[in-house]
Write a protein that binds this ligand. Structure first.
Ligand SMILES: [Zn+2]
Length: 220
């Protein structure tokens, strides 16, 4: 869904090709994607992001081919190349178990599992669309030293997990699909299923869809 950002918060067009996806957190406590697009539509704050993700939905605020003002705010960059002009920014709605208004270094910041899954799905789509390799999906923190997204900066492990989720490729070979379904305990007779999926195109497509969906769900 799309609700256009206030024109004072972003620049039309881009001066560079899309090469990076930058992940952020909203620093809200229980905010929604819709809350955020409303805020950026109704207020001139000279800041923006392309997408906002919560546990239920994805909202777009700035079109992909326009420049969001999301990764700046410093003169000291640690990333040699990633800037607003060549990146798409994705904000994940956050929560804090210690309450709202906490500093970024507070250990209470977290993302709901569904939010992380929705963000991973969106990022995978964008990677495909713009041919962006996994190593070019980075945190705001990797552009400069801002603690953003707090849950993925305060916990390197959580960030690694997200990176694994976006790197997971879809299973397409009959062998891999049958092997994975057997591993999951969905089927037991591998030989029978290898033959079935090889012979029956419809069964192949159904099994392929099912196994990839299960992988996406169990990866978090
Ligand atoms: Zn950020």
């Amino acid at each position: 869904m799309f609700k256009e950002c206030n024109k004072a918060n972003y620049r039309k067009g881009r001066t560079d090709k899309i090469k990076y996806i930058v992940i952020h957190y909203t620093a809200g406590n229980g905010d929604t994607a819709k809350n955020n697009v409303d805020y950026y539509a109704n207020n001139a704050v000279s800041a923006s992001a392309h997408y906002f993700v919560d546990e239920n939905e994805v909202w777009q605020s700035v079109p992909d081919f326009d420049t969001a003002w999301a990764v700046g705010g410093t003169k000291i960059y640690k990333h040699p190349e990633c800037r607003n002009a060549n990146s798409i920014s994705v904000e994940l709605c956050s929560r804090n178990k210690n309450g709202g208004g906490r500093p970024a270094a507070d250990g209470g910041w977290y993302f709901k599992e569904e939010t992380v899954k929705n963000a991973a799905n969106l990022v995978r789509e964008l990677m495909k669309k713009y041919d962006i390799p996994p190593q070019n999906v980075i945190r705001h923190y990797d552009v400069w030293n801002k603690i953003c997204p707090a849950p993925f900066v305060n916990s390197a492990e959580q960030w690694e997990r997200f990176k694994e989720m976006i790197e997971m490729t879809e299973l397409v070979s009959v062998n891999d699909i049958v092997w994975e379904l057997a591993e999951l305990g969905v089927i037991s007779d591998k030989k029978l299923w290898l033959k079935k999926l090889a012979d029956d195109q419809n069964a192949y497509w159904l099994a392929r869809k099912a196994v990839n969906r299960i992988r996406n769900m169990s990866s978090v």
